[in-house]
Design a protein around this ligand. Structure first.
Ligand code: SAM
Length: 378
């Protein structure tokens, strides 16, 4: 599983339990990212549709949501992973751009990433293609030199970057599913109907495409023009490609629109107390779907917020932010159903007028790479 800002690693058991208690057989993971939540739903037997706007998230969903493990030739997959692991390195775009100009990976690993990805490019029609690209992406993530976002890389090589790139066989799940790439604002209404929809939109102005531009390039394999210390893809600075969910002015309207348009019996919305919409507004948006219950979970923030970001000469850029926040889960639908779903979480319940009855602790770093040390980037 890749390191990912806003990944619901710690909340998954609760979200998964909501699905189980609802008896849902079909589920939508809107803003799917790593597909961590969609995967949990699928493992619980639901037929899942995952949607995200990025190419790397679509690739992860093609692997973990759309690939039916029962249809995969396990021996061939294992043999392919072994074959790719044995390929000698061959320097290309990744080595030049992300290892020599920027320093996201050590060059000896960059050369192997180049060789494996070039090889896979000749097999785009192979049903194993999304599984093997995902395996490469996860292998690269295990040897990167970042704090978990690609706006910056560490000034000193991370410990894990010294390890050799090693592809592994992804843990596939039985059953069919759908992976969709697109803008939630344009596509939500046409995705079909679901028993339960989980919505996890971005919380701030930081664009996921820019935060994970290396993964986008690894998936697109298109030698893009790049800029800045972090060598980001050129479209990362294109304002027309920005998500409505990454701008303070458009985010509340965009969120209300998807909440309204999604066709589901139960809606679960993730958000936190640092976003542009206050809890009252979030509740009002979800009331478009009926009764609303709010759960709150105390959480440690992303490691970069704690250590700060530094420019290449070591000067601090900005200031480290708050260390903790509250993760909200808003559950909306028919009153009896909603109250049944949240019944085990009385301690985490927050009253709908925003008064906090209790916020349970216990959630820790969401995307922490386990590294400390200053980063260089822009
Ligand atoms: C908070 S993250 C989701 C994390 C995910 N639940 C997980 O556990 O990995 C938000 C996601 O929304 C996606 N996104 C941003 N704007 C979008 C849009 N307009 N339509 C669809 N997806 C979008 C981003 O690419 C990102 O993956």
């Amino acid at each position: 599983m890749i390191k990912y800002l806003g990944s619901k690693r710690r909340l998954v058991p609760v979200i998964e339990d909501l699905l189980v208690r609802s008896g849902a057989r079909t589920a939508l993971d809107l803003f799917s990212g790593t597909t961590r939540v969609g995967r949990a739903f699928k493992a619980r037997g639901a037929r899942v549709t995952a949607l995200d706007s990025t190419r790397y998230a679509e690739m992860l969903a093609r692997c973990y949501i759309a690939t039916d493990a029962t249809q995969v030739d396990g021996d061939r997959l294992t043999a392919e992973v072994a074959r790719l692991n044995a390929l000698p390195g061959r320097p290309g775009y990744v080595t030049a751009t992300f290892c020599q100009t920027a320093r996201f990976f050590q060059p000896f690993n960059g050369e192997r990433i180049d060789a494996v990805r070039d090889d896979l490019e000749t097999r785009r029609d192979d049903p194993l293609f999304p599984v093997l690209v995902t395996s490469l992406l996860e292998a690269a993530d295990r040897v990167d030199s970042t704090t978990g976002i690609q706006m910056a890389y560490l000034k000193q090589w991370s410990d894990r970057s010294h390890k050799a790139l090693e592809l592994r066989v992804p843990d596939l799940i039985d059953g069919p599913g759908e992976a969709v790439r697109g803008d939630a604002l344009q596509m939500t209404g046409s995705l079909g109907s679901f028993d339960l929809a989980y919505l996890d939109p971005p919380y701030n102005q930081h664009r996921y495409l820019a935060n994970y531009h290396v993964w986008e390039t690894l998936v697109a394999w298109d030698d893009p023009e790049h800029y800045g210390v972090a060598q980001k893809r050129i479209e990362c600075r294109d304002p027309t490609a920005a998500s409505a969910f990454n701008a303070k002015a458009s985010m509340p309207t965009a969120l209300r629109q998807v909440v309204k348009e999604v066709n589901a019996r139960v809606l679960v919305l993730s958000y936190n107390d640092e976003s542009w919409m206050g809890l009252d507004d979030l509740v009002a948006a979800c009331q478009l779907r009926g009764h609303v219950a709010v759960l709150g979970f105390d959480s440690t923030r992303y490691v970069g917020a704690r250590i700060g970001i530094y420019d290449p000469s070591g000067r601090p850029v900005g200031t480290p932010g708050r260390l903790r926040n509250v993760e909200y889960l808003l559950v909306a639908g028919d009153e009896a159903t909603v109250e049944h779903l949240v019944a085990p979480y009385a301690e985490a319940r927050i009253t709908v007028d925003g008064h906090q009855e209790g916020v349970t602790g216990g959630l820790t770093a969401q995307a922490g790479a386990g590294d400390s040390g200053h980063t260089a980037g822009a």
